[in-house]
Structure formats: structure tokens, C-alpha cells
Design a binder for this molecule. Structure first.
Ligand code: C2O
Ligand code: CU
Ligand code: CU
Length: 503
């Protein structure tokens, strides 16, 4: 579908590496509250407001109006420990009009609804359904929602973002995202770099107007502005364009999140040096995995250790493919570094395939309309509003096989559960389209070393069946699974699923 571009700012014309990397503030509770269903247990209580603020994206740009959680984009970082619950009141104090182009033909974004609607989801958290940010659970400005997060799960970098039906891509593009760290004793024992030597790197891209306002592209169909993907030319790290970060010549731990609408990042360091991946979406890997290049799809996270020892005085650029994103400036001299990257991080026990009681074959579809002007993207050829078809029983194990019939890689995410990737295997597309018969053609490809941990988002490649194995732990109730390319998600590449009581 043709996409209309207004003139946008060329970030190559801006001076690179003039702004220090911002680090989002840590969220502070304002009190305590009793846990729902347990009056005697108090947990920290936070109140976070969503509002419109001006953000300085680069030294030489005018401030950019954004939507934020609290007073920064990305929003404040939550710090919590496994099993220590917390409660957040998410207050919507945004303006009543949206400043990005709503497509009212999308399911759940009809023109009779309030323009501005929000609901927060903590991605990767095991959360009771009423606090999980169900897309239809949105509320307008002037209202708030109190959500409880029990955090009964292992240490991981989670993240929170908007999830309002049909406008999620616009709300997140406007700035509604932040990170949420769960810590535990296993992680503490490892002596990884911590304190000021551990920080999040939150990646997203945008288009900006020459005036420094956010620009979201539209199609040339007046009534249907939706576009299938957005790949901005301005790369932001923690909300800053081309920042620099001063490091000491020692180890650092970087918690990297792809919070972009549609961009897949391919990161490397311009001096060709190795880094070590120690974790993925749902926490630590079994063992560290050295690499020179990292691929991250929207929604995915990577836990990296970079050792700057031996690089004193150097300037090292982090590239996305061949384009710069940020710069490390390594201090001179030698420093003491007592941190470590142990050879064993934590045991990752594989779920045996024999534990699965169900194997679901689920297609990823793209349906073009006759004009070629627009298309719908679906999961298993079912629309959002159709009856729930995936109803795993609580604590049961299932294998979900994503049969990708499209030309794109789709990062598929399931709420409230973690899973393991079994394998990827090519299949005969023509056979499938004509006879709905799955004829596997290639050998099963095991997940890469960086994917051999607990995941919550998986790249489903085209022409391939990607299999994951999931134990549906946590709570019964209604959740969603979807493609994390936000334009796809908003155009019905999202389905409800329900965890039902064991029968
Ligand atoms: Cu980041 Cu529904 O997810
Ligand atoms: Cu999620
Ligand atoms: Cu997709």
C-alpha cells in the first residue's frame, strides 16, 4: 500500500553524540496498599500519571510534545523483587484529542469511541487478567485504573506499555512505554555488574517533522490512514537521538529492549568487539553466549555484558546495521572490576514435548482486498471479535505451531506466560494454501544460542513453522496473544485466548 510521506527531519544533519544518554528515573511508591484478597498483606503503592509533556530529543531540536508515564519518555523504571507484589494506579490525564492519525475503520477504534483511550499492560508479567491490560479494558482521560502485579516469577526485564484496542501503535509511538525489573536471589548470587554499571537501553525509532514534532506516516486512502509498518529514520536510545555514554574501562550490564513499532534491530559495535549475551526476554540464559551481532524484534529483550577493559580512551559506536545509534566513551586508565560473568547462569530445564496435551496449528495470515489498497492481518484466519478458540487449561502444557503464510517475520507474543522455542522448519506453502495440509520440507532448526532461555516473544519467519512449548501457569481468565509489530496488532493480528480451570 502506498505510504504518503510529508517532509521529515533528516537526523543525519544533526550533530551526533552531543547529548548524554538519559537514564529513566526509578519509580517511587507513594505508600502501601493491602493486596486484593489478602487484607493483612501490604505492598508498595504507586501512582503514575499519563500526560502530555515536552521532551528534548536532541540538543539542536525544539522540544517534542510526547505522551508520557510520569515525567519522562521512556517512563520511570519499576524495581521489584520476585514474589514482592506491587500495586499501581495508572491515571489517564492525557488531552481528550489524539495528535496522531486514528484509523476508525480498524476493529475497536470506531469513531463513536473517545479518541484518547489507554490501558497499561506489563509485558512478560504473570498477572491476574483484570490487571493485565486487556485491550478492551481502556478508559478515557480523567479516569484511572488500579492494577496489582504479584510478580511471582523469576528475575527478568519486563516492560510496560499501552494496549488500547485499535490505537495501541499510536499511543506507544507517542511515548507510552517504560521498563519493569524483577530481581531474585539467583541473579544476586552471580555478581553481575550492578548499580551504576547496569542500565536499560530502550530502543525505538520515530519520524520527526523539521520542527521536531512526532510524525506518524499515513496511507493515501483518506478514510483509512493505517499503514502496515513504520520504520522511522530517527533512532532514539532511552528517548535521546544519537546520545553518548561515558563508561569506565570495565564490565557493564545493558538491559536492551526493542520498544519500536515495527523495526527489527541488528546491533553491533563498530570496532568489531565481542559482547556477551546473558539473558533474553524472561531472564537469564543457561550459559553466557558471546556474539558480535544481536537481532531484536519488537517486544524482545536482551541482557548483555560488555567489557570495556582494554579499550581505555576509545570511542565505540553502537550501530544498527550500518547506521549509528549511540556512542560509548571509555575513560582512561585502569579500574578495579570485581564483577563476573559466571559460566553457568541458571539452570534452564527444557519442557519435554511429551508433557504437551495439545498441539495447535495456528496460521499467520495476510488477506489482501481486491483493490490492493488495504489488507487485514489475522491469526489463524480469525477476527478479533470471533469466539475464543484457544482455551488451554491452567498448568497444562501445549505446543503452538505458528504456520507463517505471509512474507514477513512476525514477532508473536503471548501474555502472562513464558515459553521455550522448540524449532523452526520450512514447509510447502503451495500445498498448505491449496489443501490445508502441512508438508514439512526442511530439517528442524533448533533455536539459536541467544534464544535458548525463557521467552515471551518469538520471531516467526516466513515459509516456516515455528514451534513453541508453553506451560499455562498463573491465573485463569482471558488474555491475548498477538504480533508485536504494532501496526499488525492494531489491524487484528491479535486474538483473545483463555486459560480455563483444569476440568
Ligand atoms: Cu508487549 Cu500485548 O504486549
Ligand atoms: Cu505482553
Ligand atoms: Cu506481524
Amino acid at each position: 500500500m502506498p505510504v504518503v510521506f510529508r517532509p521529515t527531519l533528516d537526523p543525519n544533519k544533526l550533530a551526533p553524540f552531543v547529548d548524554p544518554l538519559p537514564i529513566p528515573p526509578v519509580a517511587k511508591p507513594i505508600g502501601t496498599r493491602a493486596v486484593p484478597g489478602n487484607r493483612s498483606r501490604e505492598v508498595p503503592y504507586y501512582r503514575i500519571t499519563m500526560r502530555q509533556i515536552d521532551v528534548q530529543l536532541h540538543r539542536d531540536l525544539k522540544p517534542t510534545p510526547c505522551w508520557s508515564y510520569g515525567s519522562s519518555v521512556p517512563g520511570p523504571t519499576f524495581e521489584t523483587r520476585s514474589g514482592e507484589g506491587l500495586t499501581v494506579e495508572w491515571a489517564n490525564e492525557l488531552p481528550s484529542e489524539h495528535f496522531l492519525p486514528i484509523d476508525h475503520t480498524l476493529a475497536g477504534a470506531e469513531s463513536n469511541l473517545p479518541q484518547v483511550r489507554t490501558v497499561v499492560h506489563v509485558h512478560g508479567a504473570i498477572t491476574p487478567p483484570e490487571s493485565d491490560g486487556y485491550p478492551e479494558n481502556w478508559y478515557p482521560p480523567g479516569r484511572s485504573l488500579v492494577c496489582h502485579y504479584p510478580n511471582e516469577q523469576e528475575a527478568a526485564m519486563l516492560w510496560y506499555h499501552d494496549h488500547a484496542m485499535g490505537i495501541n501503535r499510536l499511543n506507544i509511538y507517542a511515548g507510552l512505554a517504560g521498563t519493569f525489573f524483577v530481581r531474585d536471589a539467583t541473579e544476586d548470587k552471580l555478581n553481575l555488574p550492578k548499580g551504576k554499571y547496569e542500565l536499560p537501553l530502550i530502543l525505538f525509532d520515530r519520524f520527526l517533522t523539521p520542527d521536531g514534532e512526532l510524525y506518524y506516516p499515513t496511507s493515501n486512502a483518506r478514510q483509512r490512514p493505517w499503514v502496515p509498518e513504520v520504520f522511522g529514520n530517527a533512532f532514539l536510545v532511552n528517548g535521546k537521538l544519537l546520545p553518548y555514554f561515558d563508561v569506565e574501562p570495565r564490565r557493564y550490564r545493558f538491559r536492551v529492549l526493542n520498544a519500536a513499532n515495527g523495526r527489527f534491530y541488528h546491533l553491533s559495535l563498530d570496532n568489531g568487539m565481542l559482547f556477551t549475551q546473558i539473558g533474553t526476554d524472561q531472564g537469564l540464559l543457561g550459559a553466557p553466549s558471546p556474539a558480535k551481532r544481536l537481532t531484536l524484534a519488537p517486544g524482545e529483550r536482551a541482557d548483555l555484558v560488555i567489557d570495556f577493559a582494554g579499550h581505555s580512551g576509545e570511542r565505540i559506536v553502537v550501530n544498527n546495521d550500518v547506521l549509528p545509534m549511540m556512542q560509548f566513551r571509555v575513560g582512561k586508565g585502569k579500574v578495579e572490576d570485581n564483577s563476573a560473568v559466571p559460566a553457568v547462569l541458571r539452570p534452564i530445564k527444557g519442557i519435554p514435548e511429551s508433557a504437551a496435551t495439545k498441539n495447535r496449528e495456528l496460521t499467520l495470515d495476510e488477506v489482501d482486498d481486491l483493490t490492493g489498497q488495504s489488507y487485514t492481518m489475522l491469526l489463524n484466519n480469525t477476527h478479533w471479535a470471533m469466539p475464543v478458540t484457544e482455551k488451554p487449561a491452567l498448568n497444562s502444557v501445549e505446543i503452538w505451531s505458528f504456520v507463517n503464510l505471509t512474507d514477513d517475520v512476525h514477532p508473536i507474543h503471548l501474555h502472562t506466560v513464558r515459553f521455550q522455542i522448540l524449532d523452526r522448519r520450512s514447509f510447502n506453502l503451495a500445498q498448505y494454501l491449496v489443501h490445508r495440509k502441512l508438508v514439512l520440507t526442511g530439517d528442524p532448526m533448533p533455536p539459536g544460542p541467544e534464544e535458548r532461555g525463557w521467552k515471551d516473544t518469538v520471531r516467526a519467519t516466513p515459509g516456516v513453522v515455528t514451534r513453541i512449548i508453553v506451560r499455562f501457569e498463573g491465573y485463569t481468565g482471558r488474555y491475548v496473544w498477538h504480533c508485536h509489530i504494532l501496526e499488525h496488532e492494531d489491524n487484528e493480528m491479535m486474538r483473545p485466548y483463555e486459560i480455563v480451570p483444569r476440568g
